[in-house]
Design a protein around this ligand. Sequence first.
Ligand code: 5AD
Ligand code: SF4
Length: 455
Amino acid sequence: MKRAYIETYGCQMNISDSELIAGILAEQGFVATDKPDDADVILVNTCAIRDHAEQRVIGRVGQLQQYRREGALIGVTGCMAQRMGESLLGRAGGVDLVMGPDAYRQLPDKLEEVAAKRTPARSLPLAFGSHAPQQPRGLTVLGFDPHENYEGVAAKRISTVSAWVPIQRGCNYRCTYCIVPYVRGDEKNRDPLAILDEVRALAQDGVPEVTLLGQTVNSYEHGGWDFPRLLREVARVDGIRRVRFISPHPNDFTRELVEVMATEPAVCKQLHLPVQSGHNRTLKRMLRRYTVEEYLEKIAWVREAMPHVALSTDVIVAFPGETDEEYEGTLELMRSVRYDDAFLYKYSERDGTPATRLPRDQFVPDEVGQARLERLIATHRAIQAEIYAAEVGRIEEVLVEKEGRRGGLQGRTESNKVVTFEGPVELIGGFAEVRLSSTSGATFSGELVGALAAA
Ligand code: 5AD
Ligand code: SF4
């Protein structure tokens, strides 16, 4: 029996991929372990979206070498593996297997292959050996498969309360800053009937919440099904009490989708709609394919149909050529939309993306980018703190997810806000009524009012 340890970096799609990888390995008799020190196989599932994410992985692979010296195999999977390919084999002390996001079905075979190639250091004939043990050559498995959707793989999910359900892989947009289309390939969508079967099985297992995942989840299209139709059907599955989806693209965001969100009780009144910039010139250079005005109009539809909707977004500052005026546009947009949550980033140059070819002399100096980011974060946090403070005192339905880090229980409100409160562990997996009693600015502490019976 082989033990596998998986460590995941990056977005929800990667977390979901790790659950698929765990499922593929389990089918071949691997047992999951949560400690690298007793693993035969250590997999690092990686992200390539920003340089910082990659640097963290390199550092971590270096740390993991101690287990490799004791005989464990180290595999690097995911976006960074796809991006760096063979050059990763010799990095940070060495890697045994480099595998891109479309190749996970081959993982058990390739692990066996690489294990067979690897000569244990102690069996090397000493007379011929150098001081360092010979580096066995690793394997790379890259390349895209336009049909690979991991259909039929039973994901081994981490949570029994809330499930990630991938409905789409890859991306057909080509936002000029973004590495995703080059490491995950073109968009491919799963069969809606297979998705619905999966959601029904989850509901039967008692999972009340699903989050539909895709790089541009609302561009979903399969044999006459579009995203609003799929969302409506998922929301109507018996036992499913909450449905979320990430991340929609503003360009594919339609009135019909707003209608489904507003009318289906199980669809959470919460929307993450990445804007990236609040200035049309920057949006154009980013090739986002919408204007600030069009984005704001869609936000207006959403608020009109769902006045209490919680909104969140992603923003990049210091994109090549971003002037002070363009940056001010982003600040202005943040002040006018007033997001409940926001993920704010400084542009990170990614080799091979179109933005790297923009005029060099217009690139924003790092200190300027850092200052822009800090000011944007401060602006957002002040707004967020006001929104959260105004919600103190409310009684919310909370889906109880787990024990809190500092004791008690932790869950989320319909609007995806984290609440910690005291209560019995038996509540985990169910809904509770919780009064929001105070806020840190980005999370709540609450008091249990009562447990809610399952619907
Ligand atoms: N630099 C900084 N942020 C980026 N993102 C994507 N590519 C980059 C990049 N090169 C951000 C976008 C996206 C989020 C997942 O990551 O805001 O929505
Ligand atoms: Fe990247 Fe744009 Fe595709 Fe999102 S829509 S994954 S930002 S290319």
